[in-house]
Design a protein around this ligand. Structure first.
Ligand code: ASP
Length: 492
């Protein structure tokens, strides 16, 4: 890949010209400007809420004003175009790169070894992440200390949440009585009935990966007939598709600073207008702030301690250089809240900036973007425990163990799109509820009603966990590459 190699250190004369800055600085500037613009738009909307609106309706009124403003719609449009550009690349890029990687591995051997190492890494790191989350949520009990059980259904859940009504309805429609084992259905998508249907549905990346693996494997087994070099022709075809897609990736990457600016502006404007502290809404925010802090702290431990330790001790690469190499992908993950949409950039950064071979990155990263979600697994566990605490439930060791297992299982099944874990959390809560003796919950309430608490900070927390998900995948690629005898850039 060629795109991010243009990151040259800026000269003193170039310091005032952001367009010649290294890509990660440009994206960081985009993030900062986007946040500033979003706050400004949100603040304007808040100022325009008419005086007569009741305190608990002001969030919804502010959100409606933001959504109807032309500035928001323009930011939203530009952000959506950037996202669409990223998604456009996913299918041809993932398919062609996996075909080439597997054809390569099939010729040189070692597929089983690579697969086992990758899965072992995914399982170990996701488990570590969930355990960190579980430890923190038990130690700080953000649910029990801030919320009075008697009040939860009345103040926190029943009122003040109109601003988040659309999110609530969406989760409700997706959950529809699913249980933990329903998530096993995700494994059905591993073998798609129809390749084109899987390709047309971004959520079915897993099926696409399987088909690409088969194609790559049998491509390397096609008979070599000098007169009709089918194998060579097909190989050149996929190589052509791959290079062509890289060209488009390069264009999208160049636009990434602007893309994240508009995406973030639209997100921040809307969230700011919804969350603006007002009347009793203050209580709600106070109730969930401790939860958000605990979730961010747990994600931070995984991102800043666990992962660097793996980089240093197992992969033996310099973590600081790896953070730097992954910065464009991390910032894009942060602003899009979608690890699938970030995949083209993750592939680019891991190959070009971290120096991992195409063979390893093409195999580990698309798989990682769908099945390896450390941040999501951790968040699911913290969020489910928080809601149980808020309802005054004391969970036994066995119940907590079940939450860990279901969080791990569902994090594999969760698609790499914004807010995907909310559905998984609903599934975990239903599984917990089934274990509870009748009458454990106040006034016959359902644990699911507590999910309303999560909507308040879902977007910012989603941005953080997505960045952790993407970082976990990249560390996996480097670790596997090192174990295969490669020397990624950082060690040279
Ligand atoms: N947004 C996350 C991702 O794409 C999934 C989630 O946790 O909601 O990685």
């Amino acid at each position: 890949m060629t795109s991010t190699t243009r990151d040259q250190p800026s000269t003193p004369a170039g310091r005032l010209k952001p367009w010649v800055w290294p890509l990660h600085w440009q994206i960081l500037l985009g993030l900062a400007l986007g946040a500033g613009l979003g706050l400004w738009l949100g603040q304007i909307a808040i100022a325009n809420i008419s005086q007569g609106v009741a305190a608990d309706q002001r969030g919804a009124a502010g959100a409606a004003i933001v959504q109807n403003s032309l500035a928001f719609q323009l930011c939203d449009l530009a952000g959506d175009l950037f996202l669409a550009g990223l998604k456009l690349i996913i299918v041809p890029l993932v398919f062609s790169s996996i075909v080439l990687a597997i054809a390569n591995i099939a010729r040189t051997g070692g597929f089983g070894r690579l697969g086992l190492k990758t899965l072992a890494y995914y399982l170990t790191t996701s488990l570590l992440a969930v355990l960190v989350g579980l430890a923190l949520v038990n130690a700080f009990a953000p649910g029990s200390s801030t919320t009075d059980t008697g009040e939860i259904t009345g103040i926190l859940v029943g009122q003040n949440l109109d601003a988040f009504a659309s999110e609530a309805a969406e989760v409700e429609s997706k959950v529809g009585g699913k249980t933990g084992t329903d998530f096993l259905n995700v494994f059905r998508t591993m073998v798609p009935e129809n390749f084109f249907a899987a390709a047309a549905n971004n959520g079915q990346l897993l099926g696409l990966i399987t088909v690409a693996m088969f194609v790559g494997f049998f491509l390397s087994r096609l008979p070599e007939d000098p007169g009709h070099d089918v194998q060579g022709t097909m190989h050149r075809f996929f190589d052509g598709v791959y290079r062509l897609t890289l060209g488009i990736t390069d264009v999208v990457l160049k636009l990434a600073p602007l893309g994240v600016l508009f995406l973030l502006a639209a997100t921040v404007a809307l969230q700011w207008a919804k969350l603006r502290p007002d009347g009793r809404f203050d209580e709600l925010i106070a109730g969930v702030t401790k939860f958000a802090v605990v979730a961010v702290a747990a994600l931070g431990i995984h991102f800043l301690i666990t992962m660097p330790l793996i980089l240093m001790l197992v992969a033996r690469v310099n973590p600081l250089r790896h953070y730097r190499a992954m910065a464009p992908a991390l910032m894009t993950a942060f602003s899009t809240a979608s690890s699938s949409a970030t995949l083209p950039l993750t592939l680019d950064c891991v190959e070009t900036r971290a120096g991992v071979s195409n063979k390893v990155s093409s195999f580990t990263l698309p798989l990682g973007a769908t099945v390896n979600m450390d941040g999501t697994a951790l968040y699911e566990c913290v969020a489910a425990m928080f809601i149980c605490q808020a309802f005054g439930l004391e969970l036994s060791f066995a119940q907590q163990f079940m939450i860990v297992v279901v969080a791990l299982l569902t994090s594999v099944g969760v698609a790499g799109v914004p807010s995907a874990s909310l559905v998984a959390i609903a599934v975990i809560l239903q599984a917990v509820e089934q274990q509870l003796p009748a009458g454990s919950l106040p006034g016959g309430a359902s644990l699911l009603t507590g999910m309303a608490l999560l909507f308040v900070f879902d977007r910012p927390l989603d941005m953080c966990r997505t960045a952790v998900n993407v970082f976990g995948d990249s560390v996996g690629a480097v670790t596997v590459a090192r174990s295969e005898g490669e020397t990624p850039l950082q060690t040279r």
